[in-house]
Write a protein that binds this ligand. Sequence first.
Ligand code: PEP
Length: 250
Amino acid sequence: MDKKILVANWKMNPQTAREARVLFDAMINVGRLKNIETVICPPYPFLPIFGSPKSIKLGGQDIFWEPQGAFTGEISGKMLKNLGCEYVILGHSERRQFLGETDETVNLKLKMALKENLTPIFCIGEREGEEMSDIVENQLKQGLADIGKNQIEKIVIAYEPVWAISTGVQAKPCLPDDALSAAVFIRKILTGLFGKYLGGKIRIIYGGSVDSGNAAGYLKQTQMVGVLVGGASLDPQEFSKIANSLNNLA
Ligand code: PEP
């Protein structure tokens, strides 16, 4: 059985290296669960303080699309690799909303991540009032443009309806039925782009107000293979409960 994927996106939290170390240490047991792959994505400055944890994977929250040079404030894929990261979140809705991320820049970053042998967690999802199918189809087609069939399997797609993300002004719960419809639609687009075999294998995970009460349900009812957790990943007890609920799935 393939491992379920559990991604913690700490966003711009916590504020000190000491707090980050405490938070990380409180989560270390989660890495011992056999049926899940746990990926913690802290802010960049904290990456070096965790050493090379064996049981927990590290991820970045973004990279730049160029390999190096005069790009003030940016972080390269190689830098993340060098700090022990195996994963990188790309195209997160907060970057699309506040930092000018577009489908084109996400596409360039995906290609750079693959070149650096990082596993991209490619975030897609519609905002409140938008049609899921229109937005997701565009994000997938543009974001995955020129990605080869030999590379696509490495990418993890994170479906995150923006209206369900907990920090949104009026976050609403995404019912498993809606997440299932999105998963089926995403699979259809991926199959169209990469063929039935590869399209069927690409991993899709869910993100948006995941907690210990709903995490397992998303996996059981939507054919998705993991979750991306924002707010609840800053609470070690809640995060451990989410991890256990996924680990206990058959
Ligand atoms: C996110 O921002 O990717 C996210 C899933 O956040 P939350 O779990 O807090 O809704």
